[in-house]
Design a protein around this ligand. Structure first.
Ligand code: HOZ
Length: 439
């Protein structure tokens, strides 16, 4: 039995200090009816709690720790950077270095602006799209999550899907009215909306690989259709690759599916575990951002030297040329992820548990569902009770997963074959527990 005594005490105190005891809702474990482990430290593929438990970590800070926790090269560069000062609020060479690294992998990004969080990136990209097109309305897809700015908190995924409240109080009716929502992967629905309102719509924003209603892949031809419709109506296409950037493939979903968006939002990995995100894209659009143009957006900690350093070191590792005959970093992660995906599918079958397992590069997700999952409605129909049993058994057996079917899990370069074997051994027990509980 997992001992979480100290974590439970810490959580009781935290609840008196922060809403629900946390600074971001899904971490509370409220939907899986247990207390969250309080983390003391992490190294490589492992994360440790204050009770002394060790887990193999597939949350990886919700994605960014792609080279593993506390990678020596990242830590060393951060220590050296801290000696030179932690914030200047002034231009540095580091900002240009990270910009060039990102652009080397994302040719659609001709000009980039660094910000501090995915929310800030998507919110700013939308303002830019509205300023550029002189239109007010936007389209988002039900179950996609683009951070917590007002326009985008409408029929949203992630924590809102987890807690069953896809709309948030506090978002005004006026703002919500400018956000048109459409089911993901439904070509007829988006075609109808664009035919009716296309000339009022500033942007379609999409997670090209959706990661916040669980991992849901775009159907064949879907992203190409979005590109075609946006071009036809003079609407901008914004890819929110905060989660799938550098993960669906090194060049993100846009490289994996061969679609060039007008604007891209990135986050997570480009900060290597520090708060960095960015939006960027076509030069003529990006040059509307202040001070090059009139669309205002600013930030004291934007381009922060520590954050840039962590991003640069992380991207250097994952973009490095492989040894001759070896797969590149991204391909290695994909292959490791595939081992888990195949293992989960096999074990589920052996235990008579119906699951849908999805993979996009080094991201993966599993639904307790007999049917295909391709949008929010089909994802939401997944069995929550089975997920809870699975999740708790995995945790008891030292595997740290996202505490919700509506999140994605991730692989890092620090995960070894031994980690995979241990994870599959735990999964065998977890599927057996699910099968038993379902009888
Ligand atoms: N909504 C975030 C994941 N998609 C949660 C992040 C966090 O709690 O740290």
């Amino acid at each position: 039995m997992l001992n979480l005594t100290k974590s439970a005490e810490a959580f009781a105190e935290a609840k008196t200090l922060m809403p629900g005891g946390v600074n971001s809702p899904v971490r509370s474990y409220a939907n899986v009816d247990c207390n969250p482990p309080f983390i003391s430290h992490a190294k490589g593929s492992k994360i440790y709690d204050i009770d002394g438990n060790e887990y193999i970590d597939y949350v990886l800070s919700w994605g960014p720790m792609v080279v593993g926790h506390a990678h020596p090269a990242v830590v060393k560069a951060l220590q050296e950077a801290a000696e030179r000062g932690t914030s200047y609020g002034a231009p540095t060479l580091l900002e240009s270095e990270l910009a060039k690294l990102v652009m080397s992998v994302y040719p659609s990004i001709e000009v980039i602006r660094m910000v501090n969080s995915g929310t800030e990136a998507t919110m700013s990209a939308l303002r830019l799209a509205r300023g550029y097109t002189h239109r007010d309305k936007i389209v988002k897809f039900i179950g996609c999550y683009h951070g917590h700015s007002d326009s985008l908190l409408v029929k949203a995924g992630s924590g809102l899907a987890t807690f069953g409240v896809p709309d948030s109080p506090g978002v005004t009716k006026g703002v919500a009215a400018d956000t048109i929502t459409v089911p993901y992967n439904d070509i007829d629905a988006i075609t109808r909306v664009m035919d009716e309102h296309g000339d009022e719509i500033a942007a379609i924003i999409v997670e090209p690989v959706a990661g916040n209603m669980g991992l849901v892949l775009p159907k064949q031809g879907y992203l190409a259709k979005l590109r075609e419709l946006t071009e036809k109506h003079g609407t901008l296409l914004i890819f929110d690759e905060v989660m799938c950037g550098f993960r669906a493939s090194l060049g993100g979903a846009q490289a994996a599916y061969g679609i060039t968006p007008d604007l891209t939002c990135l986050g997570k990995i480009i900060g290597g575990g520090l708060p960095v995100a960015a939006y960027g894209g076509r030069r003529d659009i990006m040059n509307c951002v202040a001070p090059a143009g009139p669309v205002y957006q600013a930030g004291t900690l934007s381009g922060n030297p520590l954050a840039m350093t962590a991003g640069i070191e992380t991207l250097k590792i994952i973009t490095a040329e492989p040894e001759p005959g070896e797969p590149d970093y991204s391909r290695k992660l994909t292959l490791q992820t595939k081992k888990l995906v195949l293992g989960f599918e096999r074990l589920a079958k052996e235990n008579g548990v119906a699951v849908q397992v999805h993979q996009a590069g080094s991201m993966f997700g599993m639904f307790f569902n007999e049917n295909d999952v391709y949008d929010y409605a089909t994802s939401a129909a997944s069995d929550q009770q089975k997920f809870k049993v699975w999740f708790k058994t995995m945790l008891e057996n030292g595997i740290y997963l996202a505490p919700s079917q509506f999140e994605t899990i991730f692989m890092s370069g620090a995960h070894t074959d031994d980690d995979i074997d241990k994870t599959l051994a735990a999964a065998e027990k977890a599927f057996a527990a699910v099968a038993k509980a379902s009888k």
